[in-house]
Design a protein around this ligand. Sequence first.
Ligand code: SD4
Length: 334
Amino acid sequence: MTDRRSFLQAGALAVGALGLPRSARAAAADAGPRVVSTWDFGVGANQVAWKTLTAGGSALDAVEQGARWAESELCNPTVGRCGNPDRDGNLSLDASIMDGDGRCGSVAALIDILHPVSVARRVMEQTPHVMLVGQGAQAFAVEQGFPRGKLLTPAAEKAWRAWLQTAEYAPQINAERRTLPGDSSNHDTLGILARDAQGRLAGACTTSGMAWKMQGRVGDSPIIGAGLYVDNEVGAATASGVGEEMIRNVASFLVVELMRQGRSPAEACREAIARVVRKRPEASRTLQVCFLAMNRDGEVGAYALHRGFVYAVCDAQRQDGLHDADSVYRTEQA
Ligand code: SD4
């Protein structure tokens, strides 16, 4: 039952989120190809994706290439080969990929394979399934010709040993901004969304998950609808931050559905963040959750719980755009 207080709250959010009519926004948006990614390293991922698009690749090819760049080229403590391990010292990777026709694939808790996003694409293209996990995902990857090898870097192992001193699991807001060596960064998932010249959409999401997670823990990034969702009719959304909150709210699907109902990408992301707050108001003070969305017209929006979430936008005008997302809590807490 809706009590008066929650009704008023919901009403206030709805009115605040009405924004521009869809047609006006569509006119404002440039209908050309565009790639958007989470965090500042998204600039590099976007540029790789952009090269793929301008060379005639599809949106799907573009997001895969952008994500692969983040998984290997970038030394990032929460994506790919440089990721921090779980509390037992295992580096396990999660990734998903989806196109606007609803085709999707994902892998979770994948160990010793460098490119989870490409394995996710193979799951999508070569199997009757959507998601493979753990040993099964690894066996499939090896069968598909992906090399297997230890990925944990000496720096990540050192950070893990340092963490073992206290063994306290406490995700930090915007830890990706701490770039000091040996630092125990926590949030750094790459979510990447692309729109190609034909107007097709695709997205990918790749991560090593939360540092020091329990063995077997799966976050939002490989869960279709939580960390990533794409629909050519409407738009695409991806997420970064503490994945449990995205899973609870099926958040990327929610963002796309809000856009379907007429919200702009920014309004949809803001409403999804409002749901996270309503569901767990106390927890939301100490956790970071971030959404990034692009509608089918190429209009981009983002919103976060806490200040500090940045996202990268790349198109024909500018390949290195970086923007601050608006947030519920305005002061930087980390
Ligand atoms: C997860 N959402 O596994 C990921 C972590 C993350 O930026 O986004 N870090 O919960």
